[in-house]
Design a binder for this molecule. Structure first.
Ligand code: AMP
Ligand code: GLY
Length: 426
């Protein structure tokens, strides 16, 4: 079978790496891909957002399965379009992807089903949002309701900061139309965790847990990024937390989507804050997380295609997936300046000799081939992923590989997984 993977980040490289081990997969295309995917797949020069061109390509090439990685094409209806053309596709249809694409909708679903989440109000009027904030006296989080590349949530210590945040989103329109509606919610406190599940409309298969490190700086300081590293499993997700989240979040949400006639199929990612009053939902994502996919897929022993087929065919209850018990970690190497301005086109050295065993793999994200050189092409450049008998061992392997790779301005956090290794769990 021919498979088309849409996207060009570390998540897509990890998906392709896993698929390339599947005997049923004969050929893989990646649009647009990166220098890492080029080794396992044929890169196709179509942007991930150009769904019409992707559909045309898939029909021409008789693609048997299209896997949509990023949120933009999912939220604009890529899966609906593929299916309308008779192409099998993995990911939620547009109406279900709205759980990520429209935070106001996600809040409504959660309120209707009493899913634990931060108290919130939704506004489409700047003046109404300001008047509401003026009545508050504690920390708030102001979120653009639409897609904002992971940067649309502004965490505010004081209501006065929240007034500035709402001005940035609604008046200065920093996130464009994504900020036409804002969600203003109470600020929660606690460690965060990501729990991802395969969902086939009705059945839920929860994967191994992970924890992401969103801020750019060590000790979780500075502005948020797409994610500077992740590890799996995370000790904060105990069996008790997992079963609470299954009962209080996954089951009611998946049921609500089915009853509304917009069943959820694909990967459902629940971003949680583990508060003193129990786990509360911060956000839903309608896809694998990036970089969470890298350590999670590195631990998946079963065939990924088997899980994807079970999701599409609605028979997740018939399969069991095997996981490597060894923990794994992904350390992101980024371009200097990210998440602000950064340069592209810088040559990367040491890639071929970085991984010294099967327990280390260098997933590419923002990289590009120019002749026979690999150069930087994005903010997050590489995701060095390793596994070990212990998490500390996995981290040692990952950082040893990081130290073998050089490019001008390369930056990584040196404290990925620190919380699980004895840092403060907060
Ligand atoms: P979101 O895009 O909604 O996941 O938010 C991005 C990040 O903002 C989260 O990973 C949290 O670190 C932070 N955040 C979001 N909502 C809240 C909240 N209600 N309380 C505290 N922090 C939050
Ligand atoms: N790592 C967070 C995300 O994929 O949105």
């Amino acid at each position: 079978m021919k498979v088309l993977v849409i996207g060009g980040g570390g998540r897509e490289h990890a998906i392709i790496w896993k698929l390339s081990q599947s005997s049923a997969v004969k050929r893989i295309y990646c649009a647009p891909g990166n220098a890492g995917t080029a080794k396992l797949a044929e890169n196709v020069n179509i942007p991930a957002e150009d769904v019409t061109a992707l559909c045309k390509f898939a029909k021409q090439e008789k693609i048997g399965l299209a896997i949509v990685g990023p949120e933009d094409p999912l939220c604009s209806g890529a899966v609906d379009m593929f299916e309308a053309e008779g192409i099998r596709a993995f990911g939620p249809p547009k109406a279900a992807a709205a759980l990520e694409g429209d935070k106001a909708f996600a809040k409504l679903v959660m309120r209707q089903r009493a899913v634990p989440t931060a108290e919130s109000r939704t506004f489409t009027s700047y003046d109404d949002a300001r008047s509401y904030i003026a009545t508050r006296d504690a920390g708030l989080v102001v979120k653009a309701a639409g897609l904002a590349k992971g940067k649309g949530a502004i965490v505010c210590d004081e209501p006065s900061d929240a007034l500035l945040a709402v001005e940035r989103i609604m008046s200065k329109r920093e996130f464009g139309a994504a900020g036409d509606t804002v969600v203003v919610e109470e600020r929660l406190v606690g460690p965060e965790a990501s729990i991802l599940a395969f969902v086939d409309g009705r059945n839920i298969y929860i994967m191994e847990s992970a924890q992401d490190h969103k801020p750019i700086g060590e000790g979780d300081t500075g502005p948020n990024t797409g994610g500077m590293g992740a590890y799996s499993p995370t000790p904060v997700v105990t069996d008790e937390v997992l079963s609470l989240v299954e009962r209080q979040v996954f089951v009611p949400v998946v049921d609500a989507m089915q009853r509304e006639g917009t069943p959820y199929r694909g990967v459902l990612y629940v971003g949680l804050m583990l508060t003193h009053n129990g786990p509360k939902v911060l956000e839903f994502n309608c896809r694998f997380g990036d970089p969470e996919a890298q350590p999670i897929l590195f631990r998946l022993k079963s065939d990924l295609l088997e899980a994807i087929d079970a999701v599409i065919d609605g028979r997740l209850d018939k399969i069991t997936l095997r996981w490597d018990p060894r923990p794994s970690v992904c350390v992101v190497m980024a371009s200097g300046g990210y998440p602000g301005e950064y340069r592209k086109g810088i040559e990367i050295f040491g890639l071929d000799t970085a991984a010294t065993s099967d327990d280390v793999i260098v997933f590419h994200a923002g990289t590009k081939l120019v002749g026979d050189k690999v150069v930087t092409a994005g903010g997050r450049v590489l995701g060095i992923t390793a596994r070990g008998e212990t998490l500390a061992g996995a981290c040692t392997l990952a950082y040893a590989a990081v130290d073998r790779i050089q490019f001008d301005g390369a930056y990584c956090r040196r404290d990925i997984a620190y919380r699980a290794l004895g840092g403060t769990l907060a």
